[in-house]
Design a protein. Sequence first.
Length: 145
Amino acid sequence: MYRSILIALLGFLSLGAFYGGTALIISPDGSLLQMPVEMIQDSLFNDYLIPGIILLTIFGIFPAFVIYGLIKKPQSRSLQRLNLLYDYHFAWTFAVYIGIGQIIWINIETLVLNAVAIIHTIYSSLGILIVCVALLPRTRDYYKL
């Protein structure tokens, strides 16, 4: 049950990041998402292209890959080497990494924008939920090696 919830949360994050990241890549001026480029004028970026690429890859493609890993539990020595919690399947650990990364991403975004919108609260809460559900004993037990 908790495994399904974790997969659903990651799926929601992935779909949202696919949409947002693709929109920012297609329209780096932010017009597709009605985000004027002036919103990031005090950041490292001149437009939304790089943030869009980061959003698409780290929070769109990577979670989709992790969902596959959570469902199929494939073995990979190279991916297991990136796993700091070596006694758990790498996909479970990567799900925790994604949740923590999501929390950090949203916090940095609100700092750069110097604003908090409801979408930030939703996606920050999503990151917290991903970490919490992944850390539940039943979820951890399922992915323990």
